[in-house]
Design a protein. Sequence first.
Lengths: 69, 568
Amino acid sequence: MGVDIKIPIGLMFSILGIILTVFGVISNGAPIYQHSFNININLWSGIFMLVFGGVMLLLAYLSKTRKES
Amino acid sequence: MESFKLAFVDYAIMLVYFAFVLGIGWALKRYMKSAKMFLEAGRALPAWVTGLAFISANLGALEVMGMAASGAKYGWMTVHFYWIGAIPAMIFLALFMMPFYYGSKARSVPEYLKLRFDEKTRGFNAFAFAIMTIFASGISMHALALLANRLLGWDYNLSLWISAAIVLAYTYLGGLSSAIYNEVLQFFLIVIGFFPLVFLGLKGIGGWEAMKAKLDILAQGAGFQEGAFMHTWKYTGSPNSNPMGVEWFGVVMGLGFVLSFGYWCTNFLVVQRAMAAGSMNDAQRTPLIGAFPKMLIPFLVIVPGLIALAYTTVSPDFLTDASGNKDYNLVIPNLMATYFPNGVLGLGITALLASFMSGMAGNVTAFNTVWTYDIYQSYIRPGQSDKHYLRVGQLTTVFGVLVSILTAYVARSFNNLMDFLQLVFAFVNAPLFATFLLGMFWRRTTGHAAFWGLIGGTLAAALHHGFTVPAGATSLVKGGWTGFVLHTYPNEMAQNFWTAIWAFSFCLVLTIIISLLTKPNKTDEELKGLVYSLTPRLTEKEYVWYKKPTVLALFVGIVALVLSIIYW
């Protein structure tokens, strides 16, 4: 199949990761975190998704260069 | 249950997901040049993609919420649906059945029945499956619209039509590949969206050990031994000593053998994912790769149920709805409302929406393949060009989604009718595995025997249901419709397990008897590649060890065994 699925997965989770990370930083210490025992769960989830998205994109890049060489 | 207050960030997350779903469909569109591409994903996908789609197709939102509900109702015993109730069947499918599905020229499970047996057996299975999948898709849509209405305050009709339009758009554009790609996306969303829920939930209850302690108190309060909610096998000696009301034999034979093998090995919805793989080796590895996350999913979907149950010791009304009734389906929404701030709240809801929609898409694409190949091409217009069938496949997508919408409205107005139809499908499905088992491993099995065995097995299921009831049953849909109750089961689950056992056994015996009385309708030459004894064995020598299906299967089996021992 012509579309490597790692690319849309990587892109989507990177974008979602950026949204949550930025929102987590802006909202740090806000009352909404009373839900989560004052843990900034948005920031942690955001960072995790950024890493996951990045790894997916890296793998997609590697399999593309491997195919070309 | 109160409705969520979504913020801008939650909607932003949802929109990003919708954009990607549609984008994937659009990107795949230019590859959809043949019916094979559209309906079989070109048989070109890598094993990890089909493997994740394989379990994701069974991880719809109804399953996710249902498993959490079962967790709160029956405790950790619910893992039987994931370990004994899935892993042995997935190993069997990979090692013993995939060679025939993938190796024969069959493009669908009903088509395999046609090649192996005859036209009428295929017809019976194709029609039953087509109606059943569309029906399942409609139920999924109804549940999504209902939940969106209750939790998010969205209009029922609007939620229904918009979700249907999105599913239609991406399956029309990208066919089966689109559905599979979105299942993989959904898999990661569920994992990443539910992990914070379990983490925060366990933290809220004071950790795993504190949760166990609270469940021990609840178990004793309900009249069980204190570990009854946390052990999976220990209290299955008698149905009265565990919350599920089942005994080990019913679990092993009913769930672990008949129901589980019937579902994982013969249901085209999941088998289709494996058949879309790029090679025989990839097809065989599909269920085995899927088995690893499958074994761990209970920690994400059943543990929330345990947490919610334990939480009722702190807040007794936690699982009670507005009118004061126990409602176990509240587990996931209530936990999200309690522990999720805006942001991850949007992520969690998006994960649920994603699993609703991929549930619909999975059903619509499976329906598409069976309708186009097994019904349209076989009975309505055979011998047309590939372009013609591609077009029919695309139009079937539109038709399938429209019928699903109709079904959703029927489900909304006639709840009893839905229960009744689901029951009928359960009867039809119950004996299926006996037919496949005999077909694949006993070459003497004949076409007539397969067909009448299936009919007989279906009737046996209906009759068993007619003569037994679960304790406390109030409606005939639950059982005892003949008016003569010969046996009362402790609960519905035990009754379901035994209905399946009866249907399977009756179909097996009937098929063997009729086979011996009728002449074989296929020559050995015709059965090559379809029956075990007439098919050359596959060798796996050319693969590295981690690509050998037997090595993977052994590894999967060991992990499942270790998990079962730890949580016995």
